[in-house]
Design a protein around this ligand. Structure first.
Ligand code: KG4
Ligand code: ZN
Length: 337
């Protein structure tokens, strides 16, 4: 089945054409980062407007890159939530319009399910069951995944998401936006033991990153805001290590405790070089297989939405034209349908 995927939940306008849920024929992503950078974060109202401008050109580009036309498309998959409501509505409205005009089936897809299923677009497809860590700007959750749409939550953040912890640290240190990418780059070849940052909730399956953020703030204050430029890479390397430590440790522990020896890591933060290396190293020691999509499939994209949509459409699911976007939509609830 040839599916057109559409994603507009945050600050990326994306469209992709995927065949049979696995073969990516195109994957177009228009980022709004440059627009939001001057505000130090995503401004929802601006995001919606930028999606409106970009969505049709992005879809046309995705069709053209895949060398297909709308006549060839057999179904449409669109992100229904979670995300910014105004942004989600742009993608959803366009998906409905094309579906109606072309008499095509369409389905609304959960963005987190998209992140998990991005791995099936890679060459490193896992068998079920597996433990999935979804780690992005808005989410940090561990799931047990027994099959498509069969997920159980095992742990989640009680406050900030890991991506937020990266972004807020970068903001505090005036390093630019989005913070994860900047810190990833700065931290390379730097001293991970320069500052000792706390690893919170060690014995729990849940996460908490707000204490870590405060601890960085206190460190900066203690130094009277006078940090040498050459110290900053070491500070962010130590900070990154604290995030990476808890993500790797807790995920692998859940895998061991549930006797599931396969782990999938996905979401924007899974693009982090240090996180990828540490997962591969630590899992090898424990005889656990780790599957991480290539970075372009970790951050927001529409191919992952098309991949999930294909399964739903093949299973006979059809959404109706009154389908609404949902800004908060836990994956476990989406999987119930
Ligand atoms: O999945 P995503 O693209 O959007 C959401 O669904 O939130 O994730 C965006 C988050 C941002 O917080 C960004 O700073 C983080 O992923 N991120 C990274 C890296 N690339 C993106 N964090 C750490 N290292 C990276 N290389
Ligand atoms: Zn995402």
């Amino acid at each position: 089945m040839l599916v057109l995927g559409i994603e507009s939940s945050c600050d990326e306008t994306a469209a992709a054409v995927v065949r049979d849920g696995e073969e990516m024929l195109s994957n177009v992503i228009a980022s709004q980062i440059d627009v939001h950078r001057e505000y130090g974060g995503v401004v929802p109202e601006i995001a919606s407007r930028k999606h409106i401008e970009a969505i049709m050109p992005v879809i046309m580009q995705a069709l053209s890159d895949a060398s297909v036309s709308l006549d060839d498309i057999e179904g449409i998959a669109v992100t229904r939530g979670p995300g910014l409501i105004g942004s989600l509505l742009v993608g959803l409205s366009v998906a409905k319009s094309i579906a109606l005009a072309r008499n095509l089936p369409f389905v609304g897809v959960n963005h987190l399910e998209g992140h998990i299923n991005a791995i099936f677009l890679s060459d490193d497809k896992p068998d079920f069951p597996f433990i999935a860590l979804v780690v992005s700007g808005g989410h940090t959750s561990i799931y047990q995944v027994k099959g498509f749409g069969n997920v159980t939550i095992m742990g989640q953040t009680r406050d900030d998401a890991a991506g937020e912890a990266f972004d807020k640290a970068a903001k505090m240190l005036d390093l630019g936006y989005p913070g994860g990418v900047v810190i990833d780059r700065l931290a390379r070849q730097s001293n991970i033991s320069y500052v000792h940052f706390p690893r919170s909730m060690k014995d729990s399956r849940d996460f908490s990153f707000s204490g870590l953020k405060t601890s960085l703030l206190n460190y900066i204050k203690k130094r009277d805001d006078r940090l040498e430029d050459e110290e900053v890479p070491h500070i962010v390397a130590s900070y990154q290590e604290a995030i990476v430590d808890v993500l790797v440790e807790k995920t692998l522990r859940v895998a061991q405790e549930t006797s599931v020896n396969r782990v999938v890591v996905s979401g924007g933060v899974a693009a982090n070089g240090r996180l990828r290396t540490r997962f591969l190293e630590c899992a090898r020691e424990k005889d656990i297989a780790v599957h991480i999509p290539p970075p372009v499939l970790c951050t927001d994209n529409a191919a992952m939405i098309a991949a999930v949509g294909e399964h739903l459409l093949m299973g006979g699911l059809r959404d109706s034209y009154d389908l609404n976007a949902i800004s908060r939509w836990p994956l476990e609830m989406a999987a119930l349908r």
